[in-house]
Design a protein around this ligand. Structure first.
Ligand SMILES: [Zn+2]
Ligand SMILES: [Zn+2]
Length: 346
């Protein structure tokens, strides 16, 4: 089968590999019908994910059909259409029992697929601990509707969930990329009074203005003054930092009102400075992370009810055989690309 593979720093290649087999009772083999490319794949390519193992098939955002299931798998069976969770987790350890599945202590716990073990930019993928890692796609929900459930939509849902958003709040989101847009939708579901999205690229701001007319948009230079002017208490009540840029961490806490919640979703290339003397007395609460991707059944339900729709994020579609071109487009951010869908062989 075709599998897009991490060869070495700076190089991925589409290789012919044997189909994956069941290795454990809890495994399932999924035929990948649709996958996507994530910024984290580019982080692997550029060598900024040291635990990524050369030779593995990349890709951790995909949906498909269960081809085989091990004897220990009880929640799905061959023929089921499923979303694949970016995180593998045991469901039993201390962290899993608290819903902190990102910190699952199993050797495959956390982000393993397409990083430490073979992922889904391929015709087939082996999913360990499939009872936790797969969710059935409801009747009437298409592959394109479900594509982001296991990764960026899970992140957006989790980020909104941990940010203590109330009905009177002004919520600021930094970053209008794919994860920022998923976060935006999940924040809107919670019905805060105002939502402001800060994004440096005018094209991405225009996308937000076209699809979410109730959301205010601003560029980073004007953000601090704009947020203060559009908040009731001198700054945002909740800030979600999804941009991960050079200066966006500073911007996040500067735009927050005293006693605000600042949720940091972004993955930075470099360490960030927390200037406690400058923020002394502001009494902020920081929440940080790594998605706990255990709400996929809930987000699939919201999609089925028409309350979440991430299909406008899919701006381009390529077959797996042309995935190099898809990467080139996504990495070069050309032609207004937000997300690329990669179709499996039919
Ligand atoms: Zn990802
Ligand atoms: Zn666990």
């Amino acid at each position: 089968m075709l599998a897009y593979t991490y060869i070495e720093r700076g190089r991925f290649a589409l290789l012919e590999k044997p189909r994956p087999e069941l290795q454990d009772d809890g495994d399932a083999i999924v035929r990948v019908t649709l996958s996507s490319i994530c910024t984290s794949d580019l982080h692997i390519k550029h060598g900024s994910v040291p635990r990524a193992v050369p030779g593995i098939t990349v890709g951790h955002e995909m949906v498909g059909v269960v081809e085989k299931a091990g004897a220990g798998v009880s929640t799905v069976k061959p023929g089921d259409r499923v979303t694949v969770n970016v995180e593998t987790f045991c469901g039993k350890c201390y962290f899993c029992r608290h819903g902190w599945v990102n910190n699952c202590t199993h050797p495959y716990g956390g982000w393993a697929l397409g990083c430490r073990i073979d992922g889904g930019q391929a015709e087939y993928v082996r999913v360990p601990m499939a009872d936790q890692g797969l969710d059935k796609i409801p009747e009437g929900v298409s592959d394109r509707q479900a594509l982001f459930v296991g990764d960026i939509l899970a992140t957006g849902y989790w980020a909104a969930d941990i940010s203590w958003i109330g009905p009177e709040d002004t919520v600021l989101i930094l970053g209008g990329g794919p994860t920022g847009l998923c976060t935006l939708q999940c924040v809107l579901l919670r019905g805060p009074r105002r939502v402001i999205l800060c994004e440096k690229e005018p094209g991405r701001r225009a996308f937000v203005e076209a699809h979410y007319p109730e959301v205010l948009t601003v560029g980073p230079e004007e953000a601090e003054a704009f947020v203060a002017a559009h908040s009731d208490h001198g700054g945002a009540d909740v800030v979600l930092e999804v941009a991960g840029g050079e200066d966006t961490f500073i911007l996040a806490w500067k735009c927050a009102r005293p006693n605000a919640v600042v949720t940091v979703v972004a993955l930075y290339d470099r360490p960030q400075i927390l200037p406690l003397p400058d923020m002394y007395g502001k009494n902020l609460t920081f929440r940080t992370g790594g998605v706990d991707g255990c709400n996929c059944a809930r987000t699939l339900e919201l999609i089925a009810q028409g309350k979440l729709d991430t299909t406008p994020l899919i701006t381009h579609t390529y077959p797996l055989s042309r995935i190099e071109e898809a990467y080139d487009l996504f990495e070069g951010r050309r032609n207004g690309v937000i997300k690329v869908a990669v179709t499996g062989p039919s």
